[in-house]
Unconditional design. Structure first.
Length: 99
């Protein structure tokens, strides 16, 4: 549960610290590698779903709707070029969570 929570927070909150040391500690503590892999994969996947749902819910917040109304070009830019921006950020040498 602790490894799941730490990986969930590390993947879900933008911060510069990786969770690789936690994996190392878990493996050195004689936790089977398949369990460490499964817990980390599930936590990372859950954090991604949580982030996606949070972003979708933010679309309906009043201040975000107001910003979309005031700046329609930004909304259109994100719809047309958003995937390219994410791909560019992922290819940078800094961690994706910080970019």
């Amino acid at each position: 549960l602790g490894l799941f929570a730490c990986v969930f927070v590390a993947d879900g909150v933008p911060q510069p610290f990786p969770y690789a040391p936690l994996i190392f500690v878990a493996v050195k503590a004689c936790v089977p590698k398949w369990k460490v892999f499964a817990v980390c994969a599930l936590a990372s996947w859950t954090a991604a779903l949580f982030g996606y749902a949070t972003g979708a819910a933010l679309r309906h917040v009043r201040c975000v709707r107001r910003m979309q109304e005031r700046h329609p070009a930004i909304s259109e830019l994100m719809k047309t070029k958003g995937a390219a921006g994410v791909a560019l950020a992922a290819s940078l040498p800094v961690p994706l969570a910080v970019a």
